[in-house]
Design a protein around this ligand. Structure first.
Ligand SMILES: [Mn+2]
Length: 336
């Protein structure tokens, strides 16, 4: 089944105008774009509808900077779903059943009342009427266009979460998806008095010093393979004990070696409390379109895991040295 648009934004706006009780929700474990989309649309509809924001699964702490004082309902499991029936459910920034896990059966039972807005290239038939635009850098860009279709004036209260989604989904405008349309949207949102520096601080600069201690340990452990193209790092249970670092503070550390010019791939071996080793891998896109690169999805599959071509992982049973050797062998088999 193909994941394509089945409705225009004007048609979805008409569905929203005809509804009274509306639920706005997004993929579980919301990121900046998911939270920003839900919060912006909830605020846009607050004066005309009985609208609820539902955020599924654990909500990462930095998201609270985007949510602000907007009331929201936490859906950790299906029993958290309110009993009052909405007229319309708007699913944002995903159409993937696997990303809607606490709500997917509930949504399936209400298909005729579910609409979707998404910018991902793949998804499922959760929302029969949906607007998909995979060329949009963020879902919040599409929510901004929907707010226009609804005839609602964009205020700072909506522009702030919309900008947060756009900024985080483009890596703060550094990634390839930060195109002319994304910058045009950013310019319009910033003109609504968005405090971008405050948002950056509140979303991106929230670490504890322990994170840097863990990072120092990881960087200290780097071993370069494949003529300096691949960096392999390790973090052991002892490193966590010594630094008082948390598992959640490892997020993003794997990327650090990629600042090196000839470094094409980085891996982080993380000793789990279970004794297994979690292998996280990242690689750079090819220097030129169509060029060679380390396909970490393929390497992950060799290790019994999976993922995307430039971001993948696996959990492997065995000791650190043993798993490191397995990784080396997998890289050797899959090298470009
Ligand atoms: Mn997104």
């Amino acid at each position: 089944m193909t994941y394509q648009r089945t409705a225009t934004l004007d048609q979805l706006a008409a569905r929203i105008k005809a509804a009274d009780r509306v639920v706005c929700t997004a993929h579980a474990k919301p990121d900046g774009d998911a939270a920003g989309s839900v919060v912006a649309l909830t605020r846009a509809l607050a004066s005309t509808h009985q609208v609820q924001a539902w955020l599924a699964g654990p909500v990462p702490p930095p998201m609270h900077a985007i949510i602000g004082d907007t009331p929201w309902i936490s859906i950790r499991e299906s029993s958290d779903i309110p009993t009052q029936e909405p007229d319309l459910i708007i699913v944002l920034d995903t159409g993937a059943r696997s990303q809607l896990y606490p709500m997917v059966e509930w949504l399936d039972a209400r298909r005729d009342r579910v609409i979707g807005i998404d910018h991902h290239a793949s998804g499922d038939d959760v929302a029969p009427e949906r607007f998909i635009d995979a060329s949009a850098a963020s879902c919040t860009m599409l929510v901004m266009e929907l707010i226009d279709c609804l005839g609602i004036t964009l205020g700072q209260d909506m522009a702030t979460p919309l900008f947060a989604g756009l900024a985080t989904d483009t890596g703060w405008f550094r990634q390839a998806n930060a195109d002319a349309r994304a910058f045009a949207a950013a310019a319009r949102l910033l003109a609504c008095d968005v405090d971008k520096d405050g948002l950056y601080r509140a979303i991106e600069e929230t670490a504890r010093p322990q994170r840097l201690s863990l990072q120092a340990r990881a960087l200290q452990s780097i071993q370069w393979r494949q003529d300096g193209q691949v960096a392999v790092m390790r973090l052991t249970q002892q490193d966590f004990e010594d630094t008082e670092g948390r598992r959640s503070e490892v997020t993003g550390l794997v990327n650090a070696p990629l600042v090196v010019a000839g470094g094409e791939m980085a891996a982080l071996l993380l000793e789990e409390s279970s004794g297994a080793i979690k292998v996280s891998m990242r690689s750079k896109p090819p220097k030129h379109a169509g060029g060679d690169f380390f396909n970490v999805s393929q390497i992950a599959r060799e290790l019994g895991g999976g993922g995307h071509v430039h971001a993948a992982g696996a959990e492997v049973q065995g000791g650190m040295d043993e798993v490191s050797d397995q990784l080396d062998a997998a890289i050797e088999r899959c090298r470009p």
